[in-house]
Write a protein that binds this ligand. Structure first.
Ligand SMILES: Cc1cc2nc3c(=O)[nH]c(=O)nc-3n(C[C@H](O)[C@H](O)[C@H](O)COP(=O)(O)OP(=O)(O)OC[C@H]3O[C@@H](n4cnc5c(N)ncnc54)[C@H](O)[C@@H]3O)c2cc1C
Length: 405
């Protein structure tokens, strides 16, 4: 088997797989390593996980030939409604509404279920050499390339190693890249629900004192919830049986969609902020949660990772056209300049939103209700928020514009 590649990717999650597809489609030789088996079969049970993909992320998946396999099962997000709420009281009268009619491009995003997205990516990995069931355990960067060792002793070499190995990235640690951040003391309870009434493609965000409750539309009369609670409460709630869980959820959820029932397994994710102090080192780059893991309050974590990938793939493609060594630090710093400020801003904004909204301080509650009312009354500002959430602002890489590399 060929052991020299242009690029080795440590981590074959959603970001690692998308990066592998993008780089292989640009003509690079790519190896991807992940301990998980990974399969193109999407016949498995619904595990409840789903992602709000921005309009720009959907364009990128279309440009990479992945979206066709997901589109039929993805739910367009037509409108977003944001309000303050308390269990049993329903949403406050100050509702902030974002409608897709306010941007010409169409729905601001789609909800894609993990059980469809992951196999669609796996099916598009044709040109990639896969090392499944394996871990990267060592790396050594040198003048001519980086030597990568897997847990079965296999040795690979490449011009560049990209760490897509998640928020506890060992690639970063081995490269001496530190992370800053903190534990939120909150956990997200995630589940899919079925309900009696149609959701009409509307996503809801209720800001509860303990943390936000997002109700995100899936196909049919189903929605996905991301229900944030203090970690000790989340642990207690997750320990309840399904009926006990629903009994606590119902007063928070309200009855606007009629009766609700669980439509899949329940999951819990401890929430933490983690931001790499650098996104690159000689012959090393970090993408996705390995570079920045943020609070899911705005549903932007994966979208930000896909933006890293689009930017890195574009930088590497241009470097190769110029005849540059793609692993050199000055090439990689172009990627860092493109992404680091943006990713840090996302981390700061999501952190600030979580602090502002996850409390019951009457003064703050009054201020944020006024703020939501004010933003709602300003169509220009509202449109700006929608374009930001859709991924249409700033220096948008080609793939996120739906253009090939
Ligand atoms: C509750 C919740 C809701 C969310 N909702 C949204 C949303 O609506 N929209 C959105 O955009 N984002 C959302 N996110 C964020 C999104 O889920 C993450 O940003 C994204 O899944 C990160 O993907 P990743 O591939 O970077 O990392 P991971 O999913 O952590 O994947 C890392 C991979 O690396 C592999 N790995 C680890 N160590 C090694 C090693 N030594 N060698 C090789 N491989 C290794 C692992 O097996 C894994 O497959 C949400 C997050 C949470 C917690």
């Amino acid at each position: 088997m060929e052991t020299r590649f242009d690029i080795v990717i440590a981590g074959g999650g959603l970001n690692g797989s998308t990066l592998a597809i993008a780089l292989a489609s640009a003509g690079f030789t790519v190896a991807m390593v992940d301990p998980a088996p990974g399969t193109a079969d999407d016949s498995g049970d619904f595990d409840g996980r789903s992602y709000a993909l921005s309009l720009a992320s959907v364009r990128m998946l279309k440009a990479l030939g992945v979206w066709g396999a997901v589109a039929g099962t993805a739910q367009p997000i037509l409108d977003i409604k944001v309000s303050d709420g308390r269990a049993g009281e329903g949403p406050s009268p100050f509702v902030l509404e974002f409608s897709h009619h306010e941007i010409e491009e169409g729905p601001m995003g789609h909800m894609a279920e993990d059980r469809h997205l992951r196999p669609a990516l796996a099916a598009a990995l044709d040109g990639v050499t896969l090392f499944r069931g394996r871990k990267v355990v060592a790396q050594e960067a040198g003048d001519d390339g980086v030597a990568v060792t897997l847990d079965d002793g296999t040795g690979l070499s490449a011009a560049l190693l990209v760490g897509c190995d998640g928020r506890h990235s060992a690639t970063a640690e081995r490269a001496g890249i530190r992370h800053t951040g903190w534990d939120y003391g909150q956990s997200a309870l995630v589940a899919a629900l079925s309900h009696e009434k149609p959701h009409d493609g509307i996503a809801h965000q209720f800001f509860m004192p303990e943390g936000p409750l997002a109700i995100l539309p899936l196909t049919g009369n189903r929605s996905s919830i991301v229900w944030t609670e203090r970690t000790e409460n989340a642990r207690r709630i997750n320990g309840l049986d399904d009926e006990g869980y629903l009994a606590l959820l119902r007063p928070r959820f309200g009855d606007f969609l009629g009766g609700i029932a669980l439509a899949g397994k329940r999951h819990t994710y401890p929430l933490a902020l983690s931001l790499a102090t650098r996104f690159v080192a000689p012959r090393i780059a970090l993408c996705g949660d390995a570079a920045h893991a943020v609070h899911p309050i705005a549903g932007q974590g994966l979208n930000a990772g896909l933006k890293d990938i689009a930017a890195l793939a574009e930088v590497l493609g241009e470097a190769r056209r110029r005849g540059e060594d793609i692993g050199r630090i000055d090439v990689l710093e172009r990627y860092q300049r493109w992404r680091r400020f943006d990713a840090t801003a996302l981390a700061v904004v999501t952190d600030g939103f979580n602090r502002l909204f996850s409390n019951d301080n009457p003064l703050l509650r009054g201020l944020r209700d006024l703020g939501m009312g004010a933003v709602n009354a300003m169509p220009g500002l509202r449109r700006g928020f929608i374009r930001e959430a859709a991924g249409l602002t700033g220096d948008v890489p080609k793939l996120l514009q739906g253009r090939p590399l």
